[in-house]
Design a protein around this ligand. Sequence first.
Ligand code: ZN
Length: 129
Amino acid sequence: MEEISVKTGSRIEMLDITSQIRSAISKSGIQEGVCTVYCPHTTAAITINENADPDVTADIMQKLNKMIPLHENYRHFEGNSDAHIKSSLVGNSAQIIISNGTLQLGTWQGIYFCEFDGPRARHVWISIK
Ligand code: ZN
């Protein structure tokens, strides 16, 4: 298992971590297999989406904030229930096929670390098999 460090700069953001995942795959030397990208946090998530137009990630975050506002009748004492809910909706992992030693992503796809309760120092676990 590989671990990469992610430093987020605001409460809510999507960070493109594709290049760090590509580096881990080339370091592993694996030619054919599957890469699992896992987020071990309850207020963050992993997703794959467009990395060409930055307005796409801005729209995703704007819509999530509209659907799941920061303040509502939540019970959780920490005051970050919106982040826990967003984390569960987006999901904590992604699997990507590796072929010819290359991550098989579509032309416009990137792998994102989604921060919902930053800024924080975070980790992402990567398993390459
Ligand atoms: Zn909490």
